[in-house]
Write a protein that binds this ligand. Sequence first.
Ligand code: ADP
Length: 204
Amino acid sequence: MATEVKATNITWHEGSVSRAEREKLLNQKGVTVWMTGLSASGKSTIACILEQMLLHEKKHAYRLDGDNVRHELNKNLGFSAEDRAENIRRIGEVAKLFADAGVIAITSFISPYVKDRDAVRANLKAGEFVEVYVKVSLEAAEKRDPKGLYKKARAGQLKGFTGIDDPYEAPEKAEIVIDTEVVPPEGAARQILDYLEKGGYLTA
Ligand code: ADP
């Protein structure tokens, strides 16, 4: 469903500082590192380590985390396909603002639908969307279950849980694929950091 537009009579106000100037100041390029994967795949764990690694390299990064964003900004949204789409659309817009500010935005959302992730990608310029598939088998994710959510979903206390009674569409063209049953969290974060370094995102 397309988002209903209620705002009228609004005009974009151009600033006098360019994005290139902001990026030069920060000596980095604005980008969205978009982690997608099943619950308990390791998105948040890896995002935290990556954020810290980047800060140690004096790079300005900021995490947008699924549960954190749902606490306030998106607290009126549930987990139906429609609400998930709106959740991702809003996050995509926030990430875009961060990218424009020259910041490296690291998002960790299950974001189960290809269509929603591709919409965020299409809303950003080429190279500004780095999709990271944080891969794990359902079996391994259920064994980890750090928040006890799979257990609840299996017991029927949680409906529409991704992987159990809601679909997860794996990315087919992710820039980075990490198999978390093979690569430990630090290695995963390092893999993303290397990609950003090689791609020239960490200079301007
Ligand atoms: P998500 O944000 O994807 O829901 P979390 O990061 O909250 O996942 O939880 C992942 C859990 O799996 C954590 O308890 C983490 O310690 C554990 N884990 C085990 N192996 C890995 C790995 N290779 N990468 C990331 N997390 C892992």
